[in-house]
Design a binder for this molecule. Structure first.
Ligand code: 5GP
Length: 193
């Protein structure tokens, strides 16, 4: 007899600059049974980012229309006038392929998604080694101006206070150790009933 496996999601949240995106990419490369949930955003594409690959880049009007139509599982104004959200259709698209959804969202979004998906979800908080190190990483990334970095650092300090709302915390002190830790967490989660 065969049992249908439960549809699952894995949520990664972290203050910006914690190395979350690197760890999400690593998870996707390691586990073919995972698929990235492409969020909608009203911010402009950065660098090499592509529409429909990294994000669905929407106008504020289009984003508002989707809010009114109840199309989002969750959405947030992550920065002033910059909206980010996850479409219900995106989750369904991935589950239809028999895969587990992987989310890269901010901390509030991560808590909202865990509340929504409950035991179908594994939520992981990626912790920077320190606020000073996080600031250094944001400066070295060279994608944001000084004011943006100041806002992100202030937000990070607030977000770290919410780590207990997550199932697991992984401290990203040494990237290779953090990679191994998430491999083990994901392996257990996707292989349990
Ligand atoms: P960035 O502008 O650097 O791509 O993303 C800024 C923040 O928004 C990151 O913490 C990212 O994880 C988060 N984010 C991306 N998509 C979503 C989403 O659908 N919902 C929420 N709440 N946050 C998101």
């Amino acid at each position: 007899m065969s049992f249908k496996k439960m549809n699952k999601v894995i949520i990664f949240s972290a203050p910006s600059g914690s190395g979350k995106t690197t760890l999400v990419k690593h998870a996707l490369e390691t586990f073919p049974e995972l698929s990235f949930s492409i969020s909608c955003t009203t911010r402009q594409p950065r660098g090499e980012e592509k529409h429909g690959v990294d994000y669905h880049f929407l106008t504020p009007e289009d984003f508002r229309a989707k809010i009114s139509n109840g199309e989002f599982v969750e959405y947030e104004e992550v920065y002033t006038d910059k909206f980010y959200g996850t479409l219900k259709t995106e989750v369904e698209r991935i589950w239809k392929q028999g895969k587990t959804v992987i989310f890269d969202v901010d901390v509030k979004g991560g808590i909202a998604l865990k509340k929504y998906f409950k035991n179908q979800a594994l939520s992981i908080f990626i912790m920077p080694p320190s606020i000073e190190e996080l600031e250094r990483r944001l400066i070295n990334r060279n994608t944001d101006d000084a004011e943006t970095i100041r806002v992100r650092v202030a937000k990070a300090e607030e977000e770290i206070g919410h780590q207990n709302a997550f199932d697991k915390t992984v401290v990203n002190l040494h990237l290779d150790d953090a990679k191994k830790e998430i491999e083990s967490l994901i392996h257990h989660f996707i292989n349990e009933a």
